[in-house]
Ligand binder design. Structure first.
Ligand SMILES: *Cc1c(COP(=O)(O)O)cnc(C)c1O
Length: 813
C-alpha cells in the first residue's frame, strides 16, 4: 500500500528524523520482530520497548536486511542513514495501535471480537472452521491477543475479506480501551469467566466491566446466561445468551453422554453429536453454536459442522530427529499465517543450514485456491527452503514443477515411498492440516528413545528472565549461568534463546561446555568459571573468556596467550569474599596487581565474587559483609590498575533479596529455570521443566503381596500397581521412593517399594487410569522444590541429575 508520507506521519503522530526524504511510503508488511525473514524494503518496523526488550537494538541488523521504514521513540539510539526513513514518535506501541486503527477504519464488514478468561483461541479457531465455507475470514493467528498481537492481526485485513475474527486478551485495567478501537467488533463473543480474577484486577466485577469495554460499539454480545455478565453486557449492547441449565436462554443445551439437545428460543430441539465432552469443550461448543445460530445458520448445518471440530494444538515442539535432524512439530492448522509464524520459528531454531518443510494441503477457506497456493509459493521462496515436501492432491496440483519440491498424494504414499535414510543433518518443519495425520510422520522421523521426556518451556524461561530483569536498573547487565547442561535442561536451546534475548554473558563451568555452544553457533560472550590449564589454548581458539582465581593460573594463561599473540584478551577476576571456593583473598591482591600492571596481553573485563548465603535471611549480615569486602577489594584493583571493569556479585537469590547491590551486572542461574529459593519468589516464576513418562503396565495384586526389590512394599487388600519406565539411572533419586509420589491424571500416586534402576512402581488403586497414561514425575503441580525438601537436597541437584538419555523437548506457547 502506498501512503503519502506527510499524511502517514500525521496519523501516527511522527516526525521524520534525518534528511532522507520520500514523497510516498510503500508498505506491504508490518513487523516488530527483527528475526522475521519478511523484513525487507516494504516493511514498516516498529521498534517496541517492552519490559526488557528494546527493538531499537536491532536497527542496524534491520537496515542491513533492507528495511527502510522504521518507527522509533528513542532518537539517541539511531543515527541517520541514507535512504532510511526514521519516524520519531513518543511511544512506538501507541503508534502501532494508532496505525492499526487507521487501517481498521478503512473496512466495513462484520467483525467478531472474542474475549473471556479462557477458551478464546479455541473458539476463534473453531469459528474460523465452522464459518469458512460462507465467509472469507481474516483471523488473528495463534493466540495473538495482546497489546501488540491484536494490532498486528488487524493489519492483515484486506479488500477480499468479509468477516473478521479477532481475539483480545487483557491482563489489567485500562488495556481494553485501546484494543477496542483497533478491533471495533460488531459482534462480541465472551467465552468464559473464571473465578480467579488475576493479578491485574481487584475483583471479578472489575474484570468483567473492563472486558465489557470491548463490546461498546457491538450490536450484540454472545455469552453465557449469567447474572454478573448480563449486568455489564446488557448496558452496552443487546445480548444473545446460552445456557446448560436455564431454558430461558436464547440457546439452551441439554447435555447427554456424548450429545447435546439444543433448542433455540424455546423452539423445537435438535441433537448435536459432540466430538469432545469435557466441560470446557462443551462450553466452547455452546459459544460456537450460539454464534452460528445468531448468524442465521440452520440446525442441520450446525449439527453437521460441530461434529467436525478438532483439538486446537498451539504448541510448536522442537524434537531431536533421526540422523542428526531437528524436527519442528507444528500440529496447528495449515494456514498461511501460521505457516509464516512456523517458518520464522524454523529460522530462529535451526541447527544446521538445510531446511525442509513437509506440508499438507492448506486449510480450505473461502478463497480461491490459486490465490492460496500462489501466496504459499511466495512464502516458501522468501524463506529459501532447501526442500519442500507437499502431501495432498491440492498442494500437488499447484506446486508441481517447482524446483526442489517432492509431491505425494497422501500421507500413506509418503510413508511407503520415503524412508528415514532420506533425511539427515537438516531442520524439518512438519505442518499438516487435520485429517492428514502428520503425527505418523513425526513418529517416523523422531529419534527413538524411551517414553520419558523432559519438556522445557522456553516461553516460561523468557518470562522468568524478564521477572528478574524487572528487579534491575535498565543499564544493569545480565549474565546467565548455563553450566551443567543448562541446569539439566539442555544448553544449546537455552543459550540460543538467551542470545536472542540479548543477555550480556553466558556462564559455563568448563571449557568443553563453552566449545559446544560455539560449535552450535552461539555468539554471545561466554565466561568459563572453572578453566583448566590444559584447556587454555582451546578456549582462546573458541573465544571463551576465563575466570582468573589465582596468580598461578593467571601466569599459566598469560603464557598460552602470549604464544598465541593475544592482545588485551578479556579475563574476569574472581575475588574470594567468604565463600572460600575460588578467588583472590585480600592478602593476594598486591601480587595480582603487580602481574597485571606489567602486561597488555590480557584486559580485566570484569571483577566479581560469589555469595554463599544470599537465600538465607539468618545470614544477611554475613552477605552484607561479603558485599562490603567485594566493594573494597574491587575498588583497590580499579584504582591501582586504573581500569573500568564490570562488577558483579548477585546470583538468583541475590537479585531477589539484595537488588540494591546489583553493581553493573548480575549472574542469574536457577531462577531462569523456574526455581526460586523463596516461596514468594517462586510464586512469580513460571514452571519451565516437566519430567514425564507413561504407564507401561498395570496389574492387580493380592492382599499381602509385595512389590519390588527387598519386598519393601506390602499390599493391604487388593491393590492396583502401575509400572513406570523411569528409575534412578534417569535421575529419580532412590531416596524419593519411601516418601515420594508422582501424578497420574492429576492425582497423587505413591511410589511403592524401592525405585529400580530403570523403573518404579506406583499404587493406582484409587486412580482412574490405564496403560499408556501420562505420569508426571515433576512439573508445575509437583515442583522440584517439594521433592528436594523431602529428600533433604536442593532443587539444583534434582535438575542436574536428570540423565542425558532422557529426551529433551523444547516448546513455546
Ligand atoms: C552457579 C553460579 C551462579 C548462579 O547461581 P544461582 O543460585 O543458580 O542463581 C552465579 N555465580 C556463580 C559463580 C555460579 O557458579
Amino acid at each position: 500500500m502506498k501512503f503519502n508520507t506527510d499524511a502517514f506521519c500525521s496519523f501516527i503522530g511522527a516526525d521524520i528524523i534525518g534528511n532522507s526524504k520520500s514523497e510516498y511510503v510503500d508498505i506491504s508488511n508490518i513487523s516488530v520482530d527483527s528475526r522475521s525473514l519478511q523484513n525487507d524494503q516494504h516493511t514498516l518496523f516498529f521498534a517496541l520497548k517492552g519490559g526488557n526488550h528494546d527493538g531499537h537494538d536491532y536497527i542496524e541488523e534491520l537496515v542491513n536486511k533492507g528495511v527502510r521504514y522504521i518507527v522509533i521513540s528513542d532518537q539517541t539510539k539511531v543515527c541517520p542513514i541514507e535512504g532510511v526513513l526514521f519516524f520519531k514518535v513518543n511511544n512506538t506501541l501507541a503508534a502501532l495501535q494508532g496505525a492499526a486503527i487507521f487501517h481498521r477504519d478503512r473496512f466495513d464488514f462484520p467483525v467478531i471480537g472474542i474475549t473471556g478468561s479462557k477458551g478464546k483461541t479455541v473458539v476463534k479457531e473453531w469459528l474460523n472452521y465452522l464459518l469458512s465455507e460462507e465467509y472469507k475470514i481474516i483471523k488473528s493467528p495463534k493466540s495473538y491477543n495482546s497489546q501488540t498481537g491484536v494490532p498486528l492481526s488487524v493489519f492483515g485485513i484486506e479488500e477480499k475479506h468479509n468477516l473478521g475474527i479477532f481475539e483480545v486478551g487483557i491482563s489489567t485495567v485500562g488495556e481494553m480501551e485501546r484494543l477496542t478501537k483497533v478491533v471495533k467488533p460488531t459482534i462480541g463473543v465472551f467465552t468464559a469467566l473464571t473465578e480467579e480474577h488475576g493479578e491485574g484486577f481487584r475483583s471479578l466485577e472489575e474484570k468483567v466491566s473492563e472486558k465489557a469495554k470491548l463490546f461498546q460499539d457491538a450490536e450484540v454480545v454472545i455469552c453465557e446466561q449469567n447474572e454478573l455478565l448480563l449486568q455489564y453486557f446488557s448496558s452496552v449492547a443487546s445480548v444473545y445468551t446460552w445456557s446448560l441449565i436455564d431454558k430461558s436462554a436464547n440457546v439452551y443445551g441439554q447435555l447427554h453422554s456424548s450429545s447435546l439437545t439444543v433448542s433455540i428460543d424455546q423452539g423445537d430441539s435438535y441433537s448435536v453429536e459432540l466430538p469432545f465432552t469435557d466441560d470446557s469443550s462443551v462450553r466452547n461448543i455452546m459459544t460456537c453454536i450460539s454464534t452460528m445460530s445468531y448468524l442465521g445458520y440452520d440446525s442441520e448445518k450446525i449439527a453437521q459442522r460441530i461434529q467436525g471440530l478438532y483439538p486446537v494444538e498451539l504448541r510448536m515442539q522442537v524434537k531431536n530427529g533421526v540422523n542428526n535432524c531437528t524436527i519442528i512439530d507444528d500440529a496447528y492448522n495449515a494456514d498461511y499465517q501460521s505457516l509464516s509464524i512456523a517458518l520464522d520459528f524454523l529460522d530462529k531454531h535451526k541447527v544446521s543450514a538445510s531446511k525442509t518443510v513437509i506440508l499438507s494441503d492448506m486449510f480450505k477457506s473461502g478463497y480461491e485456491e490459486e490465490e492460496i497456493y500462489g501466496q504459499l509459493k511466495e512464502l516458501l521462496s522468501t524463506h529459501q527452503i532447501t526442500r519442500v515436501i507437499g502431501i495432498g492432491e491440492h498442494i500437488s496440483k499447484y506446486l508441481i514443477g517447482t524446483t526442489n519440491t517432492y509431491l505425494y498424494r497422501d500421507t500413506e504414499e509418503f510413508l511407503q515411498k520415503v524412508s528415514v535414510e532420506d533425511f539427515s543433518d537438516e531442520n524439518i518443519l512438519v505442518k499438516g492440516a487435520r485429517g492428514f495425520r502428520f503425527d505418523r510422520i513425526v513418529t517416523m522421523l523422531e529419534k527413538k528413545t524411551h517414553e520419558t521426556v523432559l519438556e522445557v518451556n522456553l516461553t516460561a524461561m523468557c518470562h522468568n528472565l524478564n521477572f528478574y530483569r524487572s528487579k534491575l536498573k535498565p543499564e544493569t547487565k545480565v549474565m546467565v549461568m548455563v553450566k551443567a547442561f543448562g541446569y539439566g535442561n539442555g544448553s544449546y536451546e537455552v543459550a540460543k534463546l538467551l542470545a536472542h534475548e540479548k543477555v550480556d554473558y553466558l556462564g559455563v563451568a568448563f571449557a568443553d561446555e563453552g566449545i559446544e555452544l560455539r560449535k552450535a553457533g552461539v555468539n554471545t560472550k561466554i565466561i568459563v568459571m572453572n578453566p583448566e590449564i590444559n584447556a587454555f589454548s582451546a578456549m582462546i581458539a573458541y573465544d571463551l573468556e576465563p575466570e582468573v582465581y589465582s596468580v598461578r593460573e593467571l601466569n599459566a594463561f598469560l603464557k598460552v596467550a602470549r604464544e598465541r599473540n593475544c592482545y588485551e584478551y578479556p579475563i574476569h577476576i574472581k575475588l574470594d569474599t567468604g565463600m572460600h571456593r575460588h578467588g583472590f583473598l585480600t592478602e593476594d591482591l598486591d601480587e595480582l596487581i603487580e602481574v597485571l600492571r606489567h602486561t597488555n596481553v590480557v584486559e580485566v573485563k570484569s571483577i566479581f565474587s560469589h555469595l554463599s548465603s544470599s537465600d538465607m535471611p539468618e545470614y544477611t549480615d554475613f552477605t552484607l559483609g561479603q558485599i562490603e569486602m567485594f566493594t573494597h577489594n574491587s575498588d583497590k584493583l580499579i584504582q591501582e590498575l586504573g581500569i573500568n571493569p564490570i562488577r558483579h556479585i548477585l546470583n538468583t537469590s541475590g537479585i531477589f533479596n539484595f537488588s540494591e547491590h546489583q553493581f553493573d551486572m548480575v549472574r542469574l542461574g536457577i531462577g531462569l529455570y523456574g526455581v526460586g529459593n523463596d516461596r514468594e519468589e517462586m510464586q512469580q516464576l513460571a514452571n519451565v521443566s516437566t519430567l514425564k513418562t507413561r504407564i507401561m503396565q498395570i496389574k492387580e495384586i493380592k492382599d499381602k503381596d509385595s512389590v519390588g526389590y527387598g519386598r519393601r512394599f506390602r499390599a493391604e487388600g487388593k491393590t492396583r500397581i502401575a509400572t513406570v519406565p523411569i528409575g534412578y539411572a534417569d535421575g529419580v533419586h532412590r531416596s524419593w521412593g519411601p516418601v515420594g509420589y508422582v501424578l497420574v491424571n492429576g492425582q497423587k500416586a505413591e511410589i511403592t517399594g524401592s525405585i529400580c534402576m530403570d523403573m518404579l512402581m506406583i499404587n493406582v488403586t484409587e486412580i482412574k487410569c490405564q496403560e499408556n497414561d501420562e505420569v508426571i514425575i515433576f512439573g508445575k503441580d509437583l515442583p522440584v522444590t517439594i521433592i528436594a525438601d523431602k529428600i533433604k537436597t536442593i532443587p539444583y541437584e534434582i535438575l542436574t541429575s536428570i540423565a542425558l538419555r532422557v529426551k529433551r523437548i523444547f516448546f513455546i506457547e
